[in-house]
Unconditional design. Structure first.
Length: 296
């Protein structure tokens, strides 16, 4: 009985098991990021489908409602400085504007594209953690991202999540970098004009204020990794012409979805290959030992 089991080497088994576990641990962030990409793509596709189902009159009516809302935001900020009120502060009117529920149950107002760093994210109403785990969030109390004179939409996103890149690479953007906001049937372009890192607290408040007469966008994220006691704040100004709605967005989504699926397949292939190699090694050693015993 002992001779028949001689091919089984506990050390070799432990080696293959540890290699398999190391592979799973190493790939976990990559798999989570790919799954997050698929979730983001689904959310953006849901938004696009809703907009495509709206008539021109419905779209223009919605734009007028948003312009009125943004005018009220401007008047409020001219009287009192903007202050972030926290992730749970919102109101019914705000939630009803640019409202599109995605497959994750979040209320999406559009999506943001940052070509230089490959960001393509839905933008949700508010900065609740349920949104920020896979999307960017619009900061309540700032202008809605429809653009226009006397506006500054503030878009926040996480940095350094193990499960998704999100705004991790925003800090690498250089002056002149472009951000695109897709909202209703429009694509607005903004160009980075200044960036600053400050401690969380009173120092960040002046950097979030609207500038009279300007059409701006602010990106807001945390720094450094794991500590998050500072904020990176980047201000963008509107540039023209806007981009036209075409099939490009659909093509981008298809490309991103394909990339995510390829990453998932490759991540699945590696541990499967290790398991296969381990079984082949075990079978080879078994045959080798059987041949030795036969020669005896």
């Amino acid at each position: 009985m002992y001779k028949k089991q001689k091919y089984h080497n506990p050390r070799r088994t432990v080696f293959w098991l540890l290699l398999f576990l190391a592979c799973i641990i190493m790939e976990f962030p990559l798999v989570e990021d790919a799954l997050s990409n698929i979730r983001q793509i689904g959310s953006v596709a849901d938004y696009q489908e809703k907009v495509e189902g709206m008539s021109k009159d419905e779209i223009e009516e919605e734009k007028e409602r948003v312009r009125n809302y943004n005018q009220n935001i401007y008047e409020e900020q001219m009287e009192e400085e903007f202050h972030y009120q926290g992730p749970d502060v919102t109101d019914r009117e705000y939630e009803s504007l640019l409202s599109s529920e995605d497959q994750n149950g979040a209320n999406i107002m559009g999506f943001i594209e940052i070509p230089d760093i490959g960001v393509y994210l839905p933008v949700g109403h508010g900065t609740q953690e349920s949104i920020l785990q896979y999307a960017a969030g619009h900061m309540y109390g700032s202008s809605l991202p429809l653009g226009g004179k006397n506006t500054n939409a503030i878009i926040a996103g996480h940095t350094g999540l193990a499960t998704a890149r999100l705004f991790t690479d925003v800090k690498t953007l250089e002056k002149g970098a472009e951000v695109r906001i897709h909202v209703l049937d429009e694509i607005h372009r903004y160009r980075l004009v200044r960036k600053k890192q400050v401690a969380q607290g009173p120092d960040e408040t002046p950097l979030l204020q609207m500038e009279k007469g300007k059409d701006e966008l602010t990106l807001y994220t945390c720094s450094p990794y794991g500590v998050n006691d500072h904020r990176i704040i980047e201000r963008f100004e509107r540039v023209y012409p806007d981009l036209s709605i075409s099939d490009e967005a659909g093509e981008d989504l298809t490309s991103l979805g394909t990339d995510a699926l390829i990453r998932l397949i490759l991540c699945a292939a590696l541990p499967a290959g290790i398991v296969t190699a381990g079984l082949v090694d075990r079978h080879r050693r078994k045959k080798k030992n059987l041949r030795k015993m036969e020669r005896r």
